[in-house]
Design a protein around this ligand. Structure first.
Ligand SMILES: O=c1[nH]cnc2c1ncn2[C@@H]1O[C@H](COP(=O)(O)OP(=O)(O)O)[C@@H](O)[C@H]1O
Ligand SMILES: [Ca+2]
Length: 409
């Protein structure tokens, strides 16, 4: 059982915690969770305190670091890929006191980038990472390096957000749905209230689990290939083609005169603007529409639920000044479309930021509206951190891990 106290409250006493006599029994626990995403690898080192043996663990803080590119970029150099993990793990040796190393678990879960690789290549990468873990001074549980099922990605991120916003304990639980837009996959997760949703939803979109003495039945799905970067390739038509080498993929979403190269998942792509043809929002939107139209399940109930959105929803909103990088903010779905029009109809003046900005914003608008079926005026809470903790599935995964290891109940 966990509870979350905001950091401000811990320092209300007269004494800092370390010298306060009442804290003499406080136990500290650490948990190390790696997120091997399609665009980068990240380490989350969580600190928990337990004030007395019968009290729940409290989340005290997080240390976060990341490297790019992700493991899948090292598809043919697994050892080099594992070295990036070693570098991050060395940070954990500084963050966790040596006396705690042996009982601090370290786990890595890979998401869509590795799901898309050939099984053998993905396993080679994971086995190199396993060796790095075994050489470390930390506790390496069984199955500590794996590819995570997309269903868990959504559930665990939902747990993180609702835990951090205080919706999983106490009275007045009003949970939030979550929208995560990664590089290679995207997740939608919420707690349905209506019987119709449960009846009209394919069974593999529903997941039951128990936590904090409650049973939850969530609507959740991970769409592989619908992350922002995978969507770029789909819009460019680069996924249908067998041989990408030497072929120039053109799009009306890109600056007319642009010609460039791009590496993703270990493959090189050449792409460019529509030199002869049209550019701008209208033709671009119809390109990205083809990527999502009719391909996603549209639960009616999303119109009546509130959603937190993060990852690339957040990053692209920051890039176009829709929200502040530190503070985040609340947006309407239509704000993404409005920005997409602005950027796409002026694509040359924005291309220094990223030549893909018009395509990315158009895709986000299309995904939300035509993919999931959100209305123009649906409000989205854009958030990167809550109480200074990253909104990532990694916290939910760490809870689950500590529970399995019997550190908490
Ligand atoms: O801890 C985090 N907090 C917030 N955003 C994160 C965190 N880790 C990754 N992201 C975001 O996730 C996006 C990249 O997706 P990722 O590389 O995880 O692809 P995938 O989920 O498809 O494997 C980026 O927008 C990045 O900012
Ligand atoms: Ca991710």
């Amino acid at each position: 059982i966990f509870s979350h106290t905001s950091p401000e409250m811990w320092f209300q006493g007269l004494f800092p915690p370390s010298v306060c006599p009442a804290n003499a029994n406080v136990d500290t626990f650490y948990g190390i969770m790696f997120d091997a995403g399609s665009t980068g690898t990240r380490i989350h080192i969580y600190t928990f305190v337990q004030r007395s043996p019968d009290q729940p663990l409290e989340l005290e803080g997080e240390i976060f670091e990341s490297v790019k590119p992700g493991l899948s970029a090292y598809v043919d150099q697994p050892e080099k890929g594992a070295e990036t993990v070693r570098g991050l793990l060395e940070m954990a040796e500084d963050a966790v006191p040596p006396s705690h190393w042996k009982k601090t678990p370290v786990v890595l879960k890979a998401t869509a980038g590795l799901r898309l690789l050939a099984e053998q290549k993905a396993q080679a990468l994971l086995s190199e990472v396993r060796e790095v873990f075994e050489e470390s001074p930390f506790l390496v549980p069984d199955n500590s390096v794996s590819i995570m099922d997309g269903t868990y990605e959504g559930i665990l991120a939902w747990i993180t957000v609702n835990f951090l916003t205080g919706q999983l304990y106490g009275q007045n639980q009003q949970t939030f749905g979550i929208l995560d837009l990664g590089g290679a996959s995207t997740q939608i997760t919420f707690l349905p209230h209506s019987k119709e949703t449960l009846e009209q939803t394919p069974v593999d979109f529903l997941a039951s689990f128990e936590m904090f003495n409650n049973t939850y039945k969530l609507y959740t799905h991970s769409y592989l290939g619908f992350g922002l970067k995978a969507a770029r390739l789909a819009a460019l038509g680069a996924l249908e083609k067998e041989a990408t080498d030497g072929h120039m993929f053109r799009s009306s979403c890109l600056p007319k005169q642009l010609e460039a190269e791009w590496h993703f998942g270990g493959v090189k792509y050449q792409y460019g603007g529509n030199r002869e043809g049209e550019t701008g929002f209208e033709p671009c939107y119809s390109e990205v529409l083809k990527v999502v139209q009719g391909k996603l399940h549209q639960p009616n109930e999303i119109h009546r639920r509130s959603f937190y959105a993060f990852s690339y929803y957040y990053d692209r909103a920051v890039d176009t000044d829709l929200i502040d990088y530190e503070k985040g903010g609340v947006l309407e779905v239509r704000d993404f479309e409005r920005k997409a029009k602005e950027v796409c109809n002026n694509v040359d003046s924005y291309s220094s930021a990223s030549p893909f900005l018009c395509m990315d914003l158009s895709y986000i608008a299309a995904l939300l509206k035509e993919g999931f079926g959100f209305g123009d005026s649906t409000l989205l809470q854009l958030t990167k951190k809550v109480n200074n903790i990253e909104t990532s599935w990694t916290l939910g995964a760490t809870f689950h891990l500590l529970q399995l290891l019997g550190v908490s109940h």
